[in-house]
Design a protein around this ligand. Sequence first.
Ligand code: ATP
Ligand code: MG
Length: 258
Amino acid sequence: MIPQSFPDNRAVVARCADLTRLFGADGATVAAVDRITTEFRRGELTAVVGPSGSGKSTLMYLLAGLDAPTWGDVELDGYLLTDLDEPELAALRHERMGFIFQSFNLLPGLTAMENIRLPETLGRRRRPHDEPWLQQLIERLGLTELLARRPHELSGGQQQRVAIARALAHRPAVVFADEPTGNLDLATGGEVLDLLTELAHESGCGIIMVTHDPRAASAADRVLSIRDGHLVAELGRASAGEIAALMLADAIDAGATR
Ligand SMILES: Nc1ncnc2c1ncn2[C@@H]1O[C@H](COP(=O)(O)OP(=O)(O)OP(=O)(O)O)[C@@H](O)[C@H]1O
Ligand SMILES: [Mg+2]
């Protein structure tokens, strides 16, 4: 692996400065992410909230190096992403990042355990998994009795817990989650989010979760609110009501300035 640019930054897992992504050309340019400067800490779940089209997914793709900024910088786990070429970015993603999606993205023909081990099996990771860590993670997620089942034999919440195990199996520095509870009912979604927050605290990885749902964001240690690509507010731990009120106030401000 390539040497880190900033090897001794322990508390911060990712940061971005003046991060901007423009789409389109000439008169029809959209700033999906507009001069965002912030940081994300290890051992914390940070929620990024905002309405549809506010730039949440674009921000996540930029932080993960899946898209390149128009200008601005991203530093992730000590690496300045603009210093890396595509194979180096791919290696960094496979070794240091995990991803969780709304649709679980499990392979239907494989058992839960085969799904969890899939990234390792594909041979893209040079390091084998830390087995005691993996066993502990599986127990922590309540999957011990379910490992031989295929996805269609699991509930939605169980499938998402398998996807979480897969995302954390290689001990990533940062996990990106895009609407991880979008396909779950309220109670199941709440349980999955509580587990995610506890795993961030226990494992020390930074989890960055994108959602438009104030209830989902209320499980987070920190909440960033974005609108029209701008970072408009930041909260510590907050209730769903407080987050909803913040999002509504931002919407009213945005309406008033149009
Ligand atoms: N590849 C692209 N080409 C052109 N415009 C894009 C592209 N990707 C995103 N956009 C635009 O950038 C803005 C932000 O989109 P983004 O997908 O980041 O929003 P979001 O907050 O994730 O929305 P949602 O909650 O619906 O997922 C939108 O106006 C969108 O239309
Ligand atoms: Mg999105």
